[in-house]
Write a protein that binds this ligand. Structure first.
Ligand code: SF4
Length: 247
């Protein structure tokens, strides 16, 4: 990537952050009472909506099973029953057990000792644990360990793809590099930015986008393309229509 493109990407990423923060305000993430709850939530939220995760977390709390010791002590069948609302519960129960086993085997069940690892090593250990991919690992690192690893998810890809920002490939590492090189390495900033992306992806930039009133509309390629087609249909100059709809 040449320097000019890198500079444009940095400006766009910074501009989007400020616009989203202005639109939605601080998001105060992650929705969880403890680092361990964040980890369980990060695993349970794979391939499901957060509302389903909340039901599973409520079941675990009601059964007094939202702790490392309890997860390890429970039978896998019982754990499956408790987390059933989150879907794919057989696999997810296995993943929770694998995380607990890793923590007991390597760190005597001490989360602080795991989190004391340098970030690259922490990420390597998490990625080597059954059922933890890059998005889950980075969510745990950022929201449970409070270390700066930018989280890439489907909302990030969708929103920034629509804005016209794409890395050289769609690989997770390339997306993450895009943000990591554009932003200061700051856990609080990464925390807020990802939370704002999720908020925007859920409220406006949905699969069927609700572009009216979107604070990113002026800079959005998808909105421009839509306005171009609309202007041709209405026989109006495209720029005039885009400015009117974006104002
Ligand atoms: S203008 Fe529409 S497509 Fe573009 S970012 Fe906003 S909601 Fe998404």
């Amino acid at each position: 990537m040449n320097a000019k493109v890198a500079m444009a990407n940095t400006e766009l990423i910074s501009d989007v952050y400020h616009r989203l923060l202005e639109a939605y305000g601080p998001q105060d993430w992650w929705p969880g009472d403890s680092a361990f709850e964040v980890i369980v939530g990060a695993i349970l939220t794979q391939s499901t909506a957060w509302a389903n995760v909340e039901k599973a977390l409520a079941n675990l709390k009601a059964a007094n099973a939202l702790s490392l010791q309890a997860i390890q002590a429970l039978s896998e069948e019982k754990l499956q029953t408790l987390i059933k609302p989150s879907g794919f519960y057989t696999g997810k129960a296995h993943k929770l057990k694998a995380f607990a086993d890793m923590l007991f085997d390597r760190y005597d069940g001490d989360l602080d000792r795991l989190f004391a690892e340098p970030l690259p090593e922490l990420r390597r250990i998490l990625l080597a644990t059954h059922g933890i991919g890059p998005e889950t690992a980075d969510s745990i690192i950022l929201y449970a360990a409070s270390k700066p690893s930018f989280v890439i998810d489907a909302y990030t890809r969708r929103i920034f793809g629509r804005l016209g920002l794409r890395p050289e490939s769609d690989a997770y590492a390339d997306w993450q590099r895009l943000f990591s090189t554009a932003l200061p390495t700051d856990a609080a900033l990464f925390n807020e930015y990802h939370a704002l992306i999720v908020r925007h992806g859920k409220t406006s930039c949905r699969a069927m986008p609700r572009c009216e009133g979107c604070r990113l509309r002026k800079m959005c390629l998808k909105a421009k393309a839509f306005n171009f087609l609309l202007s041709r249909r209405l026989g109006l100059p495209a720029f005039a229509l885009h400015n009117k709809l974006s104002s």
